[in-house]
Design a protein around this ligand. Structure first.
Ligand SMILES: Nc1nc2c(c(=O)[nH]1)N[C@H]1C(S)=C(S)[C@@H](COP(=O)(O)O)O[C@H]1N2
Ligand SMILES: [Mo]
Length: 366
């Protein structure tokens, strides 16, 4: 019999109480799949309560046969399962100097889960996607008035579009399960999109409407919010965030942890990328002056993170040390040295400094 005091999850960190924005304590990450009750939650509005009996997924717009499917009809379609890492585009924002507005995520607005559902591409095929449809708009049932300028005149629902080419890829799911169980309320029950390789904002929760459109969707969450500056013939243009960038994070030691001198500490972390593969991890324990290779604990699997470890013989000299990890991708990319200001308060994928203390306490009376 389970003891009453048995603990299953270390719990989440509150970044915002209402709407619910909760962070994974990243130093608690161990397993390849993030347990559902440790998986971060990022919501712009209160979670809507959808009833299974009345749930309908509408698929319309630039399609030959608009259709509406019940929950049971979705469940009766062939299912697919994918492992995918979701990272919020604002993850690690707390590391930016000077501080920027928005939820002050540290390392834990990221997780890796197994998702089960039907292919978005199969639904679009059934609906007869028109040749001139360029994007697919995914809309959730949650509504409210967003806060970032420019603010729309009234309440709107959460909606994001995907380029047609991405939407029909076999990794993109209309999912009803997470880690082998029905989606929890806060993760989009009963049905959500899962867009592997893209930042979390693309994976629309409480999905009720899929609309094919003939011109690019310019909605709030691709313009006011979740946008960045790109350059076209040298001129800055606004674009919507999409693919996740290469990134590695150190889970242990945690920030400002104190370690004993002269022993082997297993530095542990995870690394992921958007559409490419993570092929190498370099770790520095001296603030980026020298680097050594870490060892992967997981094989390459596209769209999923790879955990890694590095055995660090801690210095004999007490003091403050800065650890950093830098991932390399199959396309030859490495993480940039600094945050790119074109991304504003998003895409914080430079090697994050994890400061720790080495202290010999054996001769202290504590
Ligand atoms: N309908 C809806 N879908 C949404 C959001 C939302 O506020 N409403 N937040 C998005 C963002 S910004 C992220 S990072 C992911 C987080 O998914 P999770 O809460 O299951 O971790 O959901 C995305 N899908
Ligand atoms: Mo996000």
């Amino acid at each position: 019999m389970a003891k009453a005091s048995q603990t299953y999850s270390a719990g989440l960190i509150i970044r915002q109480k209402e709407p619910t924005n909760l962070e994974t304590p990243f130093d608690q990450v161990d397993s390849y799949l993030t347990p559902t009750d440790l998986f971060y939650i990022r919501s712009h509005f209160a979670a809507p309560r959808l009833e299974l009996a009345s749930y309908q997924l509408r698929i319309d717009g630039a399609v030959r046969n608009p259709l509406s499917l019940s929950y049971q009809q979705l469940r009766d379609m062939p299912s697919e399962t994918r492992v995918a890492t979701l990272e919020c585009a604002g993850n690690s924002r707390v590391f930016l100097i000077p501080q920027v507005a928005g939820a002050q995520w540290e390392l834990g607005a990221v997780g890796n889960a197994e998702w089960t559902g039907v292919l978005l591409g199969a639904l679009l095929e059934r609906a007869g996607l028109e040749d001139d449809a360029c994007e697919i708009v995914l809309e959730g049932a949650d509504r409210g008035t967003p806060t970032e300028e420019p603010v729309p005149p009234g309440p709107i629902s959460y909606a994001r579009s995907l380029p047609r080419d991405k939407a029909i890829q076999r990794e993109v799911l209309v999912a009803y399960q997470m880690n082998g169980r029905d989606l929890p309320q806060e993760h989009g029950y009963p049905v959500r999109a899962v867009v592997p390789g893209h930042y979390g904002m693309a994976s629309v929760k409480w999905l009720t409407h899929v609309q094919a459109v003939r011109e690019p969707f310019r909605g709030y969450w691709q313009t006011s919010d979740y946008g960045y500056w790109d350059y076209l013939d040298g001129k800055p243009v606004r674009r919507a965030l999409g693919q996740m960038k290469l990134k590695s994070e150190i889970a242990r030691p945690r920030v400002y942890e104190t370690l004993a001198p002269n022993y082997v500490y297993p530095v542990f972390g995870a690394a992921w990328a958007g559409e490419t593969e993570v092929t190498g991890i370099a770790v520095s324990t001296d603030g980026g002056q020298t680097w050594a290779e870490a060892e992967f604990l997981d094989p390459i699997q596209q769209h999923a993170w790879r955990r890694w470890k590095f055995d660090w013989l801690t210095p004999t000299e007490p003091g403050r040390y800065t650890l950093m990890a830098r991932a390399k991708g199959a396309n030859g990319n490495v993480q940039p040295d600094k945050h790119d200001p074109n991304y504003g308060s998003y895409v914080i994928n430079h090697p994050l400094p994890i400061e720790v203390f080495v202290d010999d306490r054996t001769n202290r009376l504590v």
